[in-house]
Design a protein around this ligand. Structure first.
Ligand SMILES: [Fe+2]
Length: 335
């Protein structure tokens, strides 16, 4: 009897270890297939764990809330910080405890209670017309100076990338000063906010404005696109606030789903994504800055030079996110 029980227990243990390798993880991803698929294929090759990805441009939080406990999602990948905060605020994520994650991802780039982690960094750069301004030693604060009146192009203030920048201005200067600054920037716009980050650089090339606000990796992407290379070549990339706090950083990231059916393997995947090989892929394929400090940026990105990053912890931006959205409404930035 005792022997039979032992055999049964052994059998169960054996089956569960097999089941582990045979599991299929489900990832909900705001990040695009060209970037994510090759990385996940390599994870499967290394571990035997298959991964199914549901790609979305919008609505992952709503979907997970609707699915509740029955959600198949194990892990969510986001292309920016505000989506991570949205998931956390809505109670859709669980803490992922892992020494490996703590080692791979510096503390300023993860949630203090481990319920989300950044995977890549990008700078919110100021691009200047080579022809009309040349390279600039510029601070975000300077974008409100009268000398730039009618010279600045940007996408919607409400886009997460700009909300995050405004949140960092509130974090550093307080709401009142940030509002004065934002009104100054609005006053300096060459046109109503519109289009994406690349469209602003194109507008500089076309002479509509002299300054474009945009993320770092887009310069790399434009340089590699035959249709867009001339836009990229018309601008200098400037890293703001180098003489003081450093350039504003936004991040892409990941979070373990609250009801992840395969939690252990999901954490294995998180560790893999923060590890050297996957981080190198992010750097090479999407020209972002790896969050893991032992991995270098791509050669092209490195050629833009070293820069000082604002060390305000990313989770601090969350505290000012709502205030930033409110401020953008108050000054009617997009109108
Ligand atoms: Fe982007």
């Amino acid at each position: 009897m005792r022997l039979a029980t032992s055999i049964a227990i052994l059998g169960l243990a054996w089956m569960s270890s097999m089941a582990n390798a045979a599991e299929t993880l489900t990832v909900y991803s705001y990040r695009q297939a060209f970037l994510i698929d090759p990385i996940l294929e390599d994870f499967t090759k290394q571990t035997g764990v298959k991964v199914e990805v549901v790609f979305s441009k919008n609505g992952i939080a709503e979907r997970m809330a609707r699915e509740g406990r029955l959600s198949p999602a194990d892990l969510v990948l986001t292309s920016d910080f505000s989506r991570l905060i949205e998931l956390a605020d809505k109670g859709l994520v669980a803490p992922a405890e892992s020494e490996q994650l703590a080692k791979n991802i510096p503390a300023v780039y993860r949630s203090p209670n481990n319920d989300w982690y950044a995977l890549t960094k990008r700078v919110r750069n100021v691009y200047s017309s080579k022809e009309r301004l040349g390279a600039l030693d510029i601070d975000y604060e300077d974008l409100a100076l009268p000398k730039y009146k009618g010279k600045i192009c940007t996408r919607s203030g409400k886009h997460p990338y700009n909300v995050s920048l405004v949140a960092s201005m509130i974090a550093h200067h307080g709401e009142q000063e940030a509002k004065t600054w934002l009104l100054g920037v609005k006053d300096n716009l060459a046109r109503k906010p519109q289009g994406n980050d690349r469209a602003q650089v194109k507008a500089v090339k076309e002479g509509l404005c002299d300054i474009a606000i945009g993320n770092s990796y887009y310069l790399g992407k434009m340089l590699q696109d035959p249709q867009q290379v001339s836009w990229a070549e018309a601008v200098n990339i400037n890293f703001p606030n180098q003489a003081n706090r450093g350039s504003h950083i936004n991040v892409s990231g990941m979070a373990l789903a609250k009801y992840a059916p395969h939690k252990d393997n999901a954490i294995k995947l998180m560790e893999y994504l923060s590890g050297e090989k996957a981080q190198q892929s992010y750097a090479e394929v999407n020209m972002e800055y790896p969050v893991n400090p032992v991995v270098s940026p791509s050669q092209l990105v490195a050629s833009w030079g070293d820069y000082k990053a604002d060390e305000l912890p990313i989770y601090k931006l969350a505290e000012f996110h709502q205030a930033a959205v409110k401020l953008l409404d108050e000054v009617k930035f997009d109108l």
